[in-house]
Design a protein around this ligand. Structure first.
Ligand code: CAA
Length: 274
Protein backbone atom coordinates (compact mmCIF):
# COMPACT_ATOMS: atom_id res chain seq x y z
CA UNK A 1 0.00 0.00 0.00
CA UNK A 2 1.55 3.30 -0.97
CA UNK A 3 1.20 6.18 1.44
CA UNK A 4 0.19 8.54 -1.35
CA UNK A 5 -2.70 6.24 -2.21
CA UNK A 6 -4.20 6.88 1.20
CA UNK A 7 -6.78 9.62 1.45
CA UNK A 8 -6.02 12.13 4.17
CA UNK A 9 -8.88 14.14 5.59
CA UNK A 10 -8.33 17.62 6.93
CA UNK A 11 -10.06 17.74 10.30
CA UNK A 12 -11.99 20.58 11.83
CA UNK A 13 -9.40 21.10 14.49
CA UNK A 14 -6.50 20.31 12.17
CA UNK A 15 -5.50 23.95 11.90
CA UNK A 16 -5.25 24.23 15.68
CA UNK A 17 -2.72 21.44 16.04
CA UNK A 18 0.75 22.82 16.60
CA UNK A 19 2.32 19.97 18.55
CA UNK A 20 0.84 16.93 16.89
CA UNK A 21 -0.16 15.92 13.37
CA UNK A 22 -3.47 14.15 12.87
CA UNK A 23 -3.92 12.15 9.68
CA UNK A 24 -7.10 10.31 8.92
CA UNK A 25 -6.60 7.53 6.38
CA UNK A 26 -10.30 7.28 5.75
CA UNK A 27 -10.09 4.69 2.99
CA UNK A 28 -8.77 2.18 5.51
CA UNK A 29 -10.46 3.61 8.64
CA UNK A 30 -7.18 4.33 10.41
CA UNK A 31 -5.95 7.51 12.10
CA UNK A 32 -2.31 8.35 12.75
CA UNK A 33 -1.45 10.83 15.48
CA UNK A 34 2.17 11.96 15.34
CA UNK A 35 3.86 13.85 18.18
CA UNK A 36 5.49 16.87 16.58
CA UNK A 37 7.92 18.72 18.87
CA UNK A 38 11.16 17.59 17.22
CA UNK A 39 13.35 20.23 18.88
CA UNK A 40 12.36 18.89 22.31
CA UNK A 41 12.39 15.19 21.31
CA UNK A 42 8.59 15.28 21.59
CA UNK A 43 8.68 16.09 25.29
CA UNK A 44 5.09 16.03 26.44
CA UNK A 45 4.11 19.55 27.47
CA UNK A 46 0.63 20.76 28.37
CA UNK A 47 -0.10 22.06 24.86
CA UNK A 48 0.82 18.75 23.23
CA UNK A 49 -1.14 16.68 25.70
CA UNK A 50 -4.21 18.91 25.30
CA UNK A 51 -4.04 18.51 21.53
CA UNK A 52 -3.62 14.78 21.97
CA UNK A 53 -6.82 14.76 24.03
CA UNK A 54 -8.69 16.60 21.25
CA UNK A 55 -7.37 14.27 18.56
CA UNK A 56 -8.25 11.14 20.50
CA UNK A 57 -11.72 12.51 21.23
CA UNK A 58 -12.16 13.30 17.56
CA UNK A 59 -10.98 9.86 16.36
CA UNK A 60 -12.90 7.96 19.00
CA UNK A 61 -16.16 9.60 17.93
CA UNK A 62 -15.49 9.47 14.17
CA UNK A 63 -17.44 6.69 12.54
CA UNK A 64 -14.86 6.52 9.73
CA UNK A 65 -12.06 5.59 12.13
CA UNK A 66 -11.67 2.11 13.61
CA UNK A 67 -8.07 2.04 14.81
CA UNK A 68 -5.61 4.71 15.94
CA UNK A 69 -1.82 4.83 15.81
CA UNK A 70 0.22 7.00 18.15
CA UNK A 71 3.74 7.68 16.94
CA UNK A 72 6.65 10.10 17.11
CA UNK A 73 9.79 10.78 15.10
CA UNK A 74 12.64 8.45 14.20
CA UNK A 75 14.71 9.85 17.08
CA UNK A 76 11.99 10.01 19.72
CA UNK A 77 8.53 8.69 20.37
CA UNK A 78 8.64 11.04 23.37
CA UNK A 79 11.51 11.77 25.77
CA UNK A 80 9.17 12.18 28.72
CA UNK A 81 7.14 14.90 30.34
CA UNK A 82 8.56 18.34 29.56
CA UNK A 83 11.19 18.87 32.25
CA UNK A 84 11.54 22.58 31.44
CA UNK A 85 7.81 23.11 31.96
CA UNK A 86 7.80 20.99 35.12
CA UNK A 87 10.95 22.20 36.88
CA UNK A 88 9.50 25.27 38.67
CA UNK A 89 6.21 23.70 39.74
CA UNK A 90 5.65 23.22 43.45
CA UNK A 91 3.56 20.74 45.38
CA UNK A 92 0.38 22.79 45.57
CA UNK A 93 0.51 23.55 41.84
CA UNK A 94 0.87 19.93 40.74
CA UNK A 95 -1.57 18.70 43.37
CA UNK A 96 -4.25 21.28 42.67
CA UNK A 97 -4.05 21.02 38.89
CA UNK A 98 -3.83 17.23 39.23
CA UNK A 99 -0.77 17.37 36.99
CA UNK A 100 -0.30 14.42 34.59
CA UNK A 101 -3.95 13.44 34.73
CA UNK A 102 -6.19 15.51 32.46
CA UNK A 103 -5.74 14.43 28.83
CA UNK A 104 -2.66 12.32 29.71
CA UNK A 105 -4.95 9.39 30.48
CA UNK A 106 -7.39 10.08 27.61
CA UNK A 107 -5.76 7.30 25.62
CA UNK A 108 -6.82 4.74 28.23
CA UNK A 109 -10.44 5.82 27.73
CA UNK A 110 -10.48 5.17 23.98
CA UNK A 111 -12.85 2.41 22.97
CA UNK A 112 -11.05 2.05 19.67
CA UNK A 113 -7.72 0.21 19.65
CA UNK A 114 -4.67 2.43 19.96
CA UNK A 115 -1.30 1.13 18.77
CA UNK A 116 1.91 2.84 19.86
CA UNK A 117 4.46 2.80 17.04
CA UNK A 118 7.69 3.58 18.83
CA UNK A 119 11.04 4.54 17.35
CA UNK A 120 13.86 6.18 19.27
CA UNK A 121 13.42 7.29 22.85
CA UNK A 122 10.30 6.39 24.83
CA UNK A 123 11.33 7.65 28.24
CA UNK A 124 9.49 8.60 31.40
CA UNK A 125 6.07 9.90 30.39
CA UNK A 126 6.84 8.77 26.82
CA UNK A 127 7.26 5.17 27.93
CA UNK A 128 4.18 5.53 30.11
CA UNK A 129 2.14 6.94 27.21
CA UNK A 130 3.22 4.00 25.02
CA UNK A 131 2.20 1.59 27.78
CA UNK A 132 -1.23 3.24 28.02
CA UNK A 133 -1.84 2.23 24.40
CA UNK A 134 -3.24 -1.22 23.68
CA UNK A 135 0.02 -2.58 22.36
CA UNK A 136 3.40 -1.41 21.17
CA UNK A 137 5.15 -2.04 17.88
CA UNK A 138 8.78 -0.99 18.22
CA UNK A 139 11.42 -0.10 15.67
CA UNK A 140 14.84 -1.67 16.14
CA UNK A 141 16.22 1.65 17.42
CA UNK A 142 13.58 2.03 20.15
CA UNK A 143 14.78 2.68 23.70
CA UNK A 144 12.46 2.46 26.67
CA UNK A 145 13.10 3.71 30.17
CA UNK A 146 11.81 5.33 33.33
CA UNK A 147 14.69 7.69 34.14
CA UNK A 148 12.71 9.86 36.59
CA UNK A 149 14.96 8.75 39.43
CA UNK A 150 17.75 10.75 37.79
CA UNK A 151 15.64 13.90 38.23
CA UNK A 152 14.89 13.32 41.88
CA UNK A 153 11.31 12.20 41.23
CA UNK A 154 9.48 8.98 40.48
CA UNK A 155 7.41 7.92 37.45
CA UNK A 156 4.13 9.83 37.58
CA UNK A 157 2.00 8.54 34.76
CA UNK A 158 1.59 4.91 35.72
CA UNK A 159 5.15 3.71 35.09
CA UNK A 160 5.57 1.82 38.34
CA UNK A 161 2.25 0.08 37.77
CA UNK A 162 2.05 -0.64 34.04
CA UNK A 163 5.74 -1.48 33.65
CA UNK A 164 5.50 -3.93 36.54
CA UNK A 165 2.45 -5.60 35.00
CA UNK A 166 4.17 -5.71 31.60
CA UNK A 167 7.65 -6.98 32.51
CA UNK A 168 7.41 -8.20 36.12
CA UNK A 169 8.69 -6.90 39.43
CA UNK A 170 12.40 -7.63 39.08
CA UNK A 171 12.88 -5.86 35.74
CA UNK A 172 10.54 -3.00 36.69
CA UNK A 173 12.56 -2.42 39.88
CA UNK A 174 15.79 -2.54 37.86
CA UNK A 175 14.48 -0.04 35.28
CA UNK A 176 12.90 2.41 37.73
CA UNK A 177 15.61 2.28 40.41
CA UNK A 178 18.60 2.58 38.06
CA UNK A 179 16.93 4.68 35.36
CA UNK A 180 18.64 2.58 32.68
CA UNK A 181 17.24 2.19 29.17
CA UNK A 182 16.03 -1.04 27.60
CA UNK A 183 16.59 -1.62 23.90
CA UNK A 184 13.98 -3.02 21.52
CA UNK A 185 15.28 -6.60 21.69
CA UNK A 186 15.13 -6.63 25.50
CA UNK A 187 11.70 -4.97 25.40
CA UNK A 188 10.40 -7.72 23.12
CA UNK A 189 12.00 -10.47 25.25
CA UNK A 190 10.41 -8.92 28.34
CA UNK A 191 6.93 -8.68 26.87
CA UNK A 192 6.83 -4.87 26.83
CA UNK A 193 6.38 -4.72 23.07
CA UNK A 194 4.34 -6.92 20.77
CA UNK A 195 6.83 -6.94 17.90
CA UNK A 196 10.01 -5.31 16.65
CA UNK A 197 10.43 -4.21 13.04
CA UNK A 198 13.16 -2.42 11.08
CA UNK A 199 12.94 1.36 11.50
CA UNK A 200 12.11 1.90 7.83
CA UNK A 201 9.14 -0.46 8.14
CA UNK A 202 7.62 0.96 11.33
CA UNK A 203 4.95 3.24 9.87
CA UNK A 204 3.97 0.73 7.17
CA UNK A 205 3.77 -2.13 9.68
CA UNK A 206 1.74 -0.10 12.17
CA UNK A 207 -0.70 1.03 9.46
CA UNK A 208 -1.01 -2.52 8.11
CA UNK A 209 -1.72 -3.81 11.62
CA UNK A 210 -4.26 -1.06 12.31
CA UNK A 211 -5.90 -1.72 8.95
CA UNK A 212 -6.19 -5.42 9.79
CA UNK A 213 -7.95 -4.59 13.06
CA UNK A 214 -10.12 -1.90 11.45
CA UNK A 215 -11.50 -4.49 9.03
CA UNK A 216 -12.82 -6.72 11.85
CA UNK A 217 -16.26 -6.55 13.40
CA UNK A 218 -16.32 -3.44 15.62
CA UNK A 219 -18.34 -5.04 18.43
CA UNK A 220 -15.81 -7.91 18.64
CA UNK A 221 -12.91 -5.46 18.73
CA UNK A 222 -14.45 -3.40 21.53
CA UNK A 223 -15.36 -6.52 23.50
CA UNK A 224 -11.85 -7.95 23.23
CA UNK A 225 -10.38 -4.65 24.46
CA UNK A 226 -12.84 -4.54 27.33
CA UNK A 227 -12.16 -8.16 28.32
CA UNK A 228 -8.36 -7.96 28.13
CA UNK A 229 -8.28 -4.68 30.06
CA UNK A 230 -10.50 -6.25 32.71
CA UNK A 231 -7.80 -8.90 33.23
CA UNK A 232 -5.70 -6.20 34.93
CA UNK A 233 -8.44 -5.06 37.26
CA UNK A 234 -10.18 -8.21 38.47
CA UNK A 235 -9.89 -11.81 39.62
CA UNK A 236 -9.52 -14.65 37.10
CA UNK A 237 -13.00 -15.98 37.87
CA UNK A 238 -14.62 -12.54 37.38
CA UNK A 239 -12.61 -11.92 34.23
CA UNK A 240 -13.60 -15.25 32.71
CA UNK A 241 -17.20 -14.55 33.72
CA UNK A 242 -17.16 -11.22 31.87
CA UNK A 243 -15.54 -12.88 28.85
CA UNK A 244 -18.23 -15.57 28.79
CA UNK A 245 -21.02 -12.98 28.94
CA UNK A 246 -19.45 -10.94 26.14
CA UNK A 247 -18.94 -14.12 24.14
CA UNK A 248 -22.62 -14.92 24.56
CA UNK A 249 -23.49 -11.35 23.53
CA UNK A 250 -21.64 -11.86 20.23
CA UNK A 251 -24.44 -14.25 19.24
CA UNK A 252 -26.85 -11.30 19.24
CA UNK A 253 -24.88 -9.63 16.42
CA UNK A 254 -25.31 -9.95 12.66
CA UNK A 255 -21.53 -10.01 12.40
CA UNK A 256 -21.39 -13.37 14.22
CA UNK A 257 -23.81 -14.86 11.67
CA UNK A 258 -21.87 -13.30 8.80
CA UNK A 259 -18.43 -14.30 10.15
CA UNK A 260 -19.39 -17.93 10.59
CA UNK A 261 -21.38 -18.12 7.34
CA UNK A 262 -18.43 -16.65 5.45
CA UNK A 263 -16.17 -19.33 6.90
CA UNK A 264 -18.61 -22.04 5.80
CA UNK A 265 -18.94 -20.44 2.32
CA UNK A 266 -15.13 -20.13 2.06
CA UNK A 267 -15.31 -16.37 1.43
CA UNK A 268 -14.22 -13.20 3.23
CA UNK A 269 -16.74 -11.91 5.77
CA UNK A 270 -18.40 -8.57 5.21
CA UNK A 271 -18.90 -7.15 8.67
CA UNK A 272 -21.51 -4.45 9.20
CA UNK A 273 -20.48 -3.60 12.77
CA UNK A 274 -23.84 -4.64 14.12
N1 CAA B 1 11.79 17.68 28.59
C1 CAA B 1 12.15 18.84 28.02
N2 CAA B 1 13.10 18.91 27.06
C2 CAA B 1 13.70 17.77 26.68
C3 CAA B 1 13.36 16.53 27.24
C4 CAA B 1 12.35 16.51 28.24
N3 CAA B 1 11.92 15.38 28.80
N4 CAA B 1 14.12 15.57 26.67
C5 CAA B 1 14.90 16.21 25.77
N5 CAA B 1 14.65 17.52 25.78
C6 CAA B 1 15.28 18.57 24.97
C7 CAA B 1 16.69 18.88 25.45
O1 CAA B 1 16.65 19.77 26.54
C8 CAA B 1 17.28 19.47 24.21
O2 CAA B 1 16.84 20.80 24.08
P1 CAA B 1 17.89 21.99 23.76
O3 CAA B 1 18.40 21.66 22.37
O4 CAA B 1 17.06 23.23 23.81
O5 CAA B 1 18.97 21.91 24.76
C9 CAA B 1 16.65 18.67 23.08
O6 CAA B 1 15.46 18.10 23.64
C10 CAA B 1 17.53 17.53 22.58
O7 CAA B 1 17.90 16.77 23.71
P2 CAA B 1 19.42 16.34 24.02
O8 CAA B 1 20.34 17.39 23.51
O9 CAA B 1 19.51 16.00 25.45
O10 CAA B 1 19.52 15.04 23.08
P3 CAA B 1 20.48 13.78 23.28
O11 CAA B 1 20.35 12.99 22.04
O12 CAA B 1 21.84 14.22 23.72
O13 CAA B 1 19.85 12.98 24.52
C11 CAA B 1 18.02 11.97 25.76
C12 CAA B 1 18.60 12.38 24.37
C13 CAA B 1 18.90 10.84 26.35
C14 CAA B 1 16.62 11.49 25.53
C15 CAA B 1 18.06 13.19 26.70
O14 CAA B 1 17.46 14.31 26.04
C16 CAA B 1 17.32 12.98 28.00
O15 CAA B 1 17.84 12.34 28.89
N6 CAA B 1 16.11 13.55 28.10
C17 CAA B 1 15.32 13.49 29.35
C18 CAA B 1 14.70 12.12 29.56
C19 CAA B 1 13.95 12.10 30.86
O16 CAA B 1 14.48 12.30 31.92
N7 CAA B 1 12.64 11.84 30.78
C20 CAA B 1 11.76 11.76 31.94
C21 CAA B 1 11.09 13.09 32.16
S1 CAA B 1 10.20 13.17 33.68
C22 CAA B 1 8.70 12.39 33.37
O17 CAA B 1 8.44 11.95 32.27
C23 CAA B 1 7.75 12.32 34.53
C24 CAA B 1 6.64 11.36 34.33
O18 CAA B 1 6.68 10.20 34.71
C25 CAA B 1 5.40 11.80 33.69
Amino acid sequence: MSQTALKIDATKRGDAYNNIILEKLTDINVAVITFNRPAALNALNAALVTELGWALEDCDSDDKIDAIILTGSEKAFAAGADIKEMQAKNFSTVYLEDYITKDWERVTKCRKPVIAAVSGFALGGGCEMAMMCDFIIAAENAKFGQPEINLGIIPGSGGTQRLTRAIGKSKAMDMCLTGRMMDAAEAERSGLVARVVPLAELRKEAIKTAQTIAAKSRPSVYMIKEAINKAFETSLAEGVHLERRLFHACFATDDQKEGMQAFIDKRKPEFKNQ
